[in-house]
Design a protein around this ligand. Structure first.
Ligand SMILES: Cc1cc2nc3c(=O)[nH]c(=O)nc-3n(C[C@H](O)[C@H](O)[C@H](O)COP(=O)(O)O)c2cc1C
Length: 311
């Protein structure tokens, strides 16, 4: 039966061998991951956020472990667009997973500039917009928290992205995530990914200082999983299902059964982040576990499972 199971997915017009992606910022530009596993087993690979100019990121310490996850305040450290094209793209071109470039910036023009430079690259299947960044032109408020800004950035980038898939990555730090999701879809997003991290803090009680030099960081890992499952289900029911916009479900996935929860909730594919730090080859087990689950439950095609929450 296992051989008869089809876990390939059509994700916004892109054929994925399976529904498993790595999440942005957790596996660099793929060459880092190649030391630990065969990257070609993945359905998709999402790069670390790329900005026009290189960024050093925040001072250290910028990572701390928590009870059921971790906080990071990397601050979008990255090599910048020129070096990405020169050094990383040739490596990504050799890989079989669908490659998404995660794009970040401080103004809409920044995002558009990255996408315009990369749009003609054959190796790139699409772009993931990290809209959790502060918009310096509009007083430093995150792009992703106001529907009008989400619509503006999505339509500007969609124009630049042409035929490439545009996936908008939603922040959970909003009152109603469906309002943001709808704004993105109506402005031209081909897919949605959710969720990004939650802002959080850890304090050293001896020094009474925050452990991270940046004070706050983004919480990821198993601690956020049930919230992420809920938000994926909400966005699926209220926006994606009727619009036909696929969801990449992200947040605390460690195992195949976690991934399957997201798919039942409404995700067409899943992204694995923090789990890669604990076990770099975990995605291989997750892919095989999804296949086993389908075989055990006589699901011939993984697509049948998306959005099948009962009751
Ligand atoms: C160390 C680290 C760096 C990250 N860097 C980025 C990034 O550059 N861009 C982005 O959109 N998300 C970034 N994220 C967020 C992840 O892609 C993901 O949305 C989040 O961690 C939740 O998934 P997880 O619980 O599986 O890690 C980062 C997460 C971590 C832990």
């Amino acid at each position: 039966m296992k051989d008869n199971v089809d876990i390939s997915v059509d994700f916004a017009g892109i054929r994925l061998a399976n529904p498993v992606f790595t999440a942005s910022g957790t596996c660099g530009y793929a060459d880092e991951l190649s030391d630990f596993m065969n990257v070609n087993v993945l359905g998709g690979f999402i790069t670390k956020s790329i900005t026009v100019k290189p960024r050093k990121g925040n001072p250290t310490p910028r990572i701390v472990e928590t009870d059921a996850g971790m906080l990071n305040a990397i601050g979008l450290a990255n090599i910048g667009l020129d070096k990405f094209i020169e050094e990383k793209l040739p490596v990504l071109e050799q890989l079989s997973p669908a490659i998404f470039v995660n794009v970040a910036g401080e103004t809409i023009d920044d995002y558009v500039a990255v996408v315009e430079r990369l749009v003609s690259e054959k190796a790139i299947a699409g772009f993931e917009l990290n809209i959790s960044c502060p918009n310096v032109a509009k007083g430093g408020i995150s792009f992703g928290t106001e529907p009008a800004q989400v619509a503006e950035i999505t339509s500007a980038v969609k124009k630049a992205a042409g035929e490439k898939v545009l996936m908008v990555k939603l922040s959970p730090a909003v009152t109603d995530i469906s309002i943001i999701a709808r704004a993105a879809v109506e402005a031209g997003a081909d897919a949605l990914s959710l969720i990004n991290t939650f802002t959080a803090m850890v304090i050293d009680i001896e020094t009474r200082k925050a452990v991270l030099a940046n004070k706050t960081g983004g919480l990821s890992g198993p601690a956020i999983k049930p919230i992420a499952v809920y938000l994926v289900n909400k966005v699926y029911d209220e926006v994606s299902k009727s619009a036909g916009t696929p969801i990449l479900g992200i947040g605390g996935i460690m195992t195949a059964s976690d991934a399957i929860q997201f798919i039942i909730a409404g995700a067409s594919a899943v992204g694995i982040g923090t789990a890669n730090f604990i076990e770099p080859g975990c995605t291989i087990k997750i892919i095989e576990g999804i296949r086993d689950y389908c075989a055990r439950n006589k699901i011939a095609n993984i697509k049948e499972l998306t959005g099948t929450l009962q009751g």
